[in-house]
Design a protein around this ligand. Structure first.
Ligand SMILES: C[S@@+](CC[C@H](N)C(=O)[O-])C[C@H]1O[C@@H](n2cnc3c(N)ncnc32)[C@H](O)[C@@H]1O
Length: 262
């Protein structure tokens, strides 16, 4: 008898610590079937066995499931709106800034914020954490080497100042790299950081089912200080944000309510 998807998910939770039942099912099952066939496996039992035995197959599976597409200043107009609120509203309001880029992929988003803070001379009172479920992609983030497509929204002056071009690739300078600390974090399973002024979590919620999304909104809100902000992706929305203690303040920006004015 071959494994059904539910059993494959239970196996993947046990063996890989990957909680797949929180993802949207049709899309996920289509992706698993595609990558399974590419590995030469005909069914989930055989695929689970191959994943366990062959580190290359395991890596290909994890890479494919986690979809790592990203770029600097993704959706540049929205990023400009975020920058404006970060610099003009958030930075003056708090003595220090803890910024969390969740599901950060290759770190382009976290480093975009690092460059903004550097230009505004806010780096000395800022901490940036970049997290992702995928260890391989976090290693890339730490290396900070990017291709044309990923850097297209970076202003030429910044590109010149913060990157070194080598053989068609763009190497981020240490001065920016050292501003971000990367670590592994699963948005479904792991505890969230505390006392953040800014949380950016974009283009990952689209893969999760409603129950998981609601839980993430709740935990994000708890992770923010009152007056802190939450920046989401251009295809995402939070219905009835007040149920999570959030208030919409921009196209894809929410504020944690409850700051004491004074
Ligand atoms: C499409 S990328 C988004 C990158 C970036 N936030 C952006 O908007 O450009 C989605 C990222 O979510 C990560 N991811 C998928 N499931 C996750 C989970 N359960 N917890 C944390 N990260 C996850 C993937 O590894 C991938 O790097």
């Amino acid at each position: 008898m071959t494994l059904q998807f539910e059993e494959f998910y239970a196996w993947s939770k046990r063996e890989l610590n990957l909680q797949l039942d929180g993802y949207k099912q049709k899309q996920l099952q289509r992706r698993i079937t595609t990558i399974m066939k590419k590995s030469g496996s005909d069914n989930l039992t055989m695929y689970a066995r191959t994943i366990k035995q062959d580190p290359e197959v395991k890596k290909a599976f994890l890479d494919y499931i986690t979809i790592n597409v990203t770029e600097f200043y993704r959706n540049d107009k929205l990023f400009a709106e975020f920058e404006q609120i970060l610099v003009n509203d958030i930075a003056p309001k708090f003595p220090s800034l803890k910024i969390w880029s969740a599901a950060c992929s290759t770190g382009a988003e976290a480093y975009s914020v690092a460059m903004i803070l550097k230009k505004q001379k806010l780096e000395n009172r800022s901490t940036i954490i970049g997290t992702d479920i995928d260890q391989t992609i976090l290693q890339k983030a730490r290396e900070g080497i990017y291709r044309d497509g990923e850097i297209k929204n970076i202003h030429p002056t910044d590109l010149k100042q913060y990157f070194v071009e080598k053989e068609g690739q763009y190497h981020l300078t240490d001065a920016v790299k050292k501003m971000v600390t990367f670590r592994q974090h699963d948005l479904i399973l792991d505890a969230y950081p505390k006392d953040c002024q800014v949380i950016i979590c974009r283009n990952v919620m689209i893969y999760f089912n409603d129950e998981v999304k609601e839980n993430i909104f709740k935990k994000v809100s708890e992770a923010l200080v009152p007056g802190g902000i939450f920046f989401i992706g251009a295809t995402e929305t939070i219905y009835n944000p007040s149920q999570y203690g959030l208030r919409k303040i921009g196209s894809f920006l929410y504020e944690k309510v409850g700051i004491e004015e004074g």
